[in-house]
Design a binder for this molecule. Structure first.
Ligand code: ADP
Ligand code: MG
Length: 403
């Protein structure tokens, strides 16, 4: 069984206490940014297409305190600590300076907060003073639930408020994308940050990645007696890895060959015959996936949550066979969940590892869990981590009182 998730309020209170121990000061505030699950719309974001993620009830919390003018020490130094630390260590600590940041200049996990500072300085002309930061996250790292964006989004909402920048959420989404693309060097799209920033409890976020228009769509799982079970295969994926870039290039090549600026601009019914076989499969996935997102949105708007199951499963088949970004562990997770009664299942996130999701009836949860565990054990795969998630609110400040 996975450990119960501690309520956010008490996590925030602990974080404030811990902050005082680490830095000897009280933080200016605590901010929360959730991870996300992508319900459907995979590898469509960088093709200007549709996605339907939801923010989850697992989040990064940051406590932050800006360095005051005239305080002793270097005014632009950022000190960082995270509770996600190597075995035997209590905290993972790092530091950098807000002045003169350049891509490649900050390594390890500090690259994510530094990337946000870099984006604010370079793209928005903000003067960012030094600060102290303490991070605690319940988003599993590297599971495809966007733990990295949770960190970036928590940092940008904190700085937006403390520096009174008045930026709206789409702007913060673009800036964190810039941070991840240009500073961290991961060519990711706009979906993950948008979900973390704009999610709503009980809803999914229907996002048009071309216009960045977004709309919440009801996803009342509990009312329908349903759950989304995450199956973290614990196979480590890496976006920087060639597979992701190769897929992006295939899509760009396909769009160009079809005379379109992006795959979003390819009219329905266009013949794909002129494409080579591999590019045709890649393009077919993206066009079909956009269509499936629209169909899922239609079902959810009509109140038919269970009806999306087959579309989730069709998405997985397309990712496995046409886009070829699945792996044996993800396929097994999906097959085992379906065989045990899941209404639908698919890999979620970029692929090559990470997590699958299964839409299940609450009464089937134990059976599906046991079936997935059993199937993994039988194949000699590493034991997967299983937990359910609920659609949660996007990032924001947590009010904490302390004395
Ligand atoms: P994911 O799918 O989880 O986003 P990534 O590889 O994109 O996987 O990001 C994981 C990286 O994000 C970690 O290696 C680490 O650098 C950073 N990260 C995420 N959560 C934390 C945390 N709680 N503390 C420190 N670093 C974190
Ligand atoms: Mg990530």
């Amino acid at each position: 069984m996975s450990a119960p998730v501690q309520p956010v309020q008490s996590r925030a209170e602990n974080l404030v206490r811990r902050f005082a121990e680490v830095y000897g000061e009280t933080p200016d505030g605590v901010w929360r940014a959730p991870g996300r699950v992508n319900l459907i719309g995979e590898h469509t974001d960088y093709n200007n297409g549709f996605v339907l993620p939801f923010a989850i009830d697992r989040s990064a919390l940051v406590a932050m305190r800006l360095r005051r003018p005239g305080e002793t020490g270097e005014p632009d130094v950022v000190r960082l600590a995270s509770t996600y630390a190597p075995d035997g260590e209590e905290l993972s600590r790092a530091r950098f300076h807000t002045g003169g940041l350049e891509p490649g200049g900050v390594g390890g996990w500090a690259a994510y907060p530094a990337g946000v500072v870099f984006a604010l300085v370079r793209r928005a002309g903000v003067v960012v003073p030094g600060f102290d930061l303490l991070l605690d996250s319940t988003v599993p790292v590297g599971a495809g639930l966007s733990s990295s964006h949770a960190v970036e989004v928590a940092v940008i909402v904190a700085l937006n408020e403390l520096l009174e920048l008045g930026m709206d959420r789409p702007r913060m989404a673009r800036l964190t994308q810039y941070a991840e693309n240009e500073f961290v060097g991961a060519p990711t799209g706009i979906m993950d940050q948008s979900a973390s920033l704009m999610g709503r409890e009980g809803s999914a976020l229907f996002l048009d990645c071309r216009s960045l228009d977004s709309e919440t769509v009801p996803l009342p799982l509990a009312r329908h007696g349903l759950e989304v079970l995450v199956i973290d295969t614990r196979v480590v994926h890496s976006h920087a890895d060639g597979g992701y870039s190769a897929r992006r290039s295939s899509c760009e090549r396909g769009a160009a060959a079809l005379g379109a600026a992006s795959l979003r601009e390819v009219p329905a019914g266009t013949s794909l015959d002129r494409l080579d076989a591999e590019t045709r499969r890649r393009v077919r996935h993206v066009l079909g996936e956009n269509e499936r997102v629209l169909q899922v949105v239609g079902h959810l708007r009509a109140g038919d949550v269970a009806g999306i199951g087959n579309l989730l499963t069709a998405s997985h088949a397309s990712l496995r066979d046409d886009f070829e970004v699945s792996c044996p562990e993800l396929d097994l997770a999906v097959d085992a969940a379906l065989a045990a009664g899941a209404l639908g299942a698919r890999m979620t996130g970029g692929g090559f590892g990470g997590s699958a999701i299964a839409l299940i009836r609450r009464e089937d949860e134990e059976r599906v869990r046991a079936a997935v565990r059993g199937a993994f054990a039988e194949r000699g795969f590493r034991e997967p981590a299983l937990f359910t998630v609920l659609p949660a609110d996007g990032a924001g400040r947590i009010r904490v009182t302390w004395h």
